[in-house]
Design a binder for this molecule. Sequence first.
Ligand code: FAD
Length: 395
Amino acid sequence: MSHHDVVVLGGGYAGLPAALRLARQVRDDEVSVTLVTAFPDFVERPRLHQVAAGQRIRAVPVADYLDGTAVRPVIGAATAIDPAARTVTVGRDGTRRFIHYDTLVYALGSNVDLAAVPGAARHAYGLVGTDAAAEVRTRLTALAGRTGRVAVCGGGMTGIEIAAEVAESQPGLDVVLVSGSAPGGWLSGRAQRHLARTFAALGVTVRTGRRVREVEHGALVLDQGDRVGFDLCLWAGGFRVPELARAGGLAVNDEGRALVDGTLRSVSHPDVYVIGDAAAVPGSWGAQLAMGCRTGGFTAPAAADAIAARLTGREAAPFHYRYFHECISLGRRHGLVQFLDADGSPKDRILTGRAAIAYKNATLNGAKLFFRHPGPVTARRRRVTASAAPARRLS
Ligand SMILES: Cc1cc2nc3c(=O)[nH]c(=O)nc-3n(C[C@H](O)[C@H](O)[C@H](O)COP(=O)(O)OP(=O)(O)OC[C@H]3O[C@@H](n4cnc5c(N)ncnc54)[C@H](O)[C@@H]3O)c2cc1C
């Protein structure tokens, strides 16, 4: 068996633990694990609204998590994958390199979709990363002390969290949340009532039932042509996955999420595993898991174990998941934990207030603890078997 190269693309909630867990189960003289990721620091996306609101969130370098492991980091942006040649193109500082793989783990996540309506990319800010969150913080600081309006577009979890955080940190500003459907409309009745009370207490105004057609300089244009003026617009109208999977020829669904089997393997390319937001993972919940670190994080160990099993001559176990909770921060004094049935439907049971904030913090810190202890608890570095020769594309 020749040396086997595993390349993990994306060092986020799915890619980072997948690389770390796989490296614990194979011998590094037989299998190399390379993690390609765009930024030197781990981006804690679920805390970007806190960064935007002016809170200090300690950044942890990806290298810290890899220290003492056999995972080799490459900092750079993947710009293309070529499944036929089994290469990934990675760019950094104007240079370009090609990295070979035998097995690819595609974990490039998703990002705020600023292309959703005309003008959003130009006149609105999306929390697409640490730099964007810092830019929003600067803009909010400049507005503080004046009367001004912040329009938040999108009544999903991200829009709700941003609106609450901004309203709490800048009580002098008028925060309006504009959403086609009721914010948090998927939550239980109890949770929705709690959300409405909290928004009222924080001074967030909700304009619902109207979609944003366009974003202009200083104003949202709604579907019937009326306008909502703003001094700062924050776009949270949904996530979109990178185009690399589709462009590389992987089978994807209409949203561009890669189609995978029960072991997270691409249905078109058996040497490619797709995890996290980038994957459309089928199961008892339907055609795809909801995006989120609470879901995507669980695909990491399953993919790592499946790759290790196949390389070492064992059968890969199928991915199992059950929805359990959804944790929503509503500023630093309020929060909402919605407990879920296994299929993702909301239970009547919720947790609110500071207990919910503590619960959410514990969940996010737990994810980072998992990077330090990615398992398996009794990891055994087995030998690669001759039968683990790289698989070819399914025709
Ligand atoms: C403001 C906000 C709040 C959120 N709150 C929650 C929450 O409370 N709960 C929850 O479950 N989810 C929440 N999410 C969503 C959650 O952050 C994502 O669903 C989760 O991060 C997905 O994990 P992932 O590993 O698939 O992608 P990511 O964590 O985004 O990781 C993708 C990685 O790939 C890297 N990357 C991307 N493109 C390239 C490239 N071309 N080349 C190299 N590297 C690349 C990125 O830099 C990143 O490191 C929130 C998101 C935002 C923006």
